[in-house]
Design a protein around this ligand. Structure first.
Ligand code: TYM
Length: 324
């Protein structure tokens, strides 16, 4: 029997190279080897997106992004989180086992507090909803970027708490984080993230991509100067696309001097466009066949629901809300 993989992305805006290399590429690479579940975390997105047109548009957009990146709906169960309202029921059971100080240690909550924002209850409880997503489907692995590691640990802790309180119900999931792309840097060298405004969009227009690439922050060395590639934000992004000899020869050009930052950016832009073009074409197909996209989500919802049926009965029996 194949092991099960599950992961998701929040529909909060445009996806970027960090989402692609940290997460989506893993989903695509794992779809043959694992029984795969990939979803659009629209419940989670409501912590920030509170506009109905925007939420539904973003949800369809991410679905098309997934398909364009190579997820095959024949191999992967592709669904949206809100089609499984059972995750909110499970979140409640988990909430009753979770303490406030435990959730106060969550990084996302601490960040919100540090910015002196008053966090919503939804944001505070975010890790527990995520634990429910993972545990309800009996996932063995959760392919994600490094920023989600703590969340998968929360899911494991929660599984243990539930099993101790109500009897053996959940297996413990493992995060799957790839070292080289665990934290993809943005144009300023910090983690690429929508909230830092430092992204290179995966499905941006040529102009948007060019603008992002040309804005990559560098020092002020002249073209003739030798440069340390490991200190260069442009090289860090080149590394996502170049392997073996190609990477080594670029490294050498940095070290020898004679490669200006403008040229390194132009090379990166060309590489990016060549990389994206086939995916863009696929995405255009889905944009013109939106009913097909909606149908994929509907079928995914049916399969995801079927998959949790027995588990939900076990959970309800173990909690005691079922009267048998
Ligand atoms: P989200 O939408 O913030 O990010 C989606 C995925 O992209 C990865 N990622 C990165 N990886 C490497 N480098 C980066 N710069 C980078 N930026 C983003 C994230 O690690 C993530 O894998 N909480 C989740 C959504 C979610 C989920 C789940 C994931 C809800 N339920 C259950 C797994 C399982 C999130 O906000 O991801």
């Amino acid at each position: 029997m194949k092991k099960r993989s599950l992961s998701g992305i929040k529909p909060t805006g445009t996806i970027h190279l960090g989402n692609y290399f940290g997460a989506i590429k893993q989903f695509v690479d794992l779809q043959d080897e694992y029984e795969s579940f990939v979803f659009i975390a629209d419940f989670h997105a409501i912590t920030t997106v509170q506009n109905k047109e925007e939420l539904s548009k973003n949800t369809l957009n991410i679905t098309m992004d997934y398909l364009a990146c190579g997820l095959d709906p024949k191999k992967v169960c592709l669904f949206k989180q809100s089609d499984l309202p059972e995750v909110t029921e499970l979140t409640w059971y988990f909430n009753c086992l979770t303490t406030v100080p435990y959730l106060e240690r969550a990084t996302a909550y601490k960040d919100a507090k540090a910015k002196s924002k008053e966090a919503s209850v939804g944001l505070f409880d975010y890790p527990i909803l995520m634990a429910a997503d993972i545990l309800i489907q009996d996932a063995d692995i959760v392919p994600v970027g490094a920023d989600q590691k703590q969340h998968v640990e929360y899911a494991r802790d929660t599984a243990i708490k539930f099993n101790n309180a109500f009897g053996e119900t959940f297996k413990l999931p493992e995060p799957r984080i790839l070292k080289e792309v665990a934290t993809v840097p943005g144009i300023d060298g910090k983690k690429m993230s929508k909230s830092y405004s430092n992204i290179i969009p995966l499905f941006g227009t040529d102009e948007q991509i060019r603008k992002a690439v040309m804005s990559i922050i560098t020092d002020s060395k002249a073209p003739a100067d030798p440069k340390n590639p490991d200190e260069c934000n442009i090289f860090a992004i080149h590394k996502l696309f170049l392997k073996g000899e190609e990477l080594e020869s670029l490294r050498k050009r940095y070290e020898e001097g004679g490669l200006g930052y403008k040229e390194a950016k132009d090379m990166l832009y060309e590489k990016l466009i060549a990389f994206i073009t086939p995916m863009r074409e696929k995405r255009e197909y889905y944009e013109n066949n939106i009913e097909e996209v909606k149908k994929i989500l509907k079928e995914g919802a049916i399969k995801a629901k079927e998959n949790i049926k027995a588990k939900m009965e076990l959970i309800r029996n173990n909690v005691g809300v079922n009267i048998n």
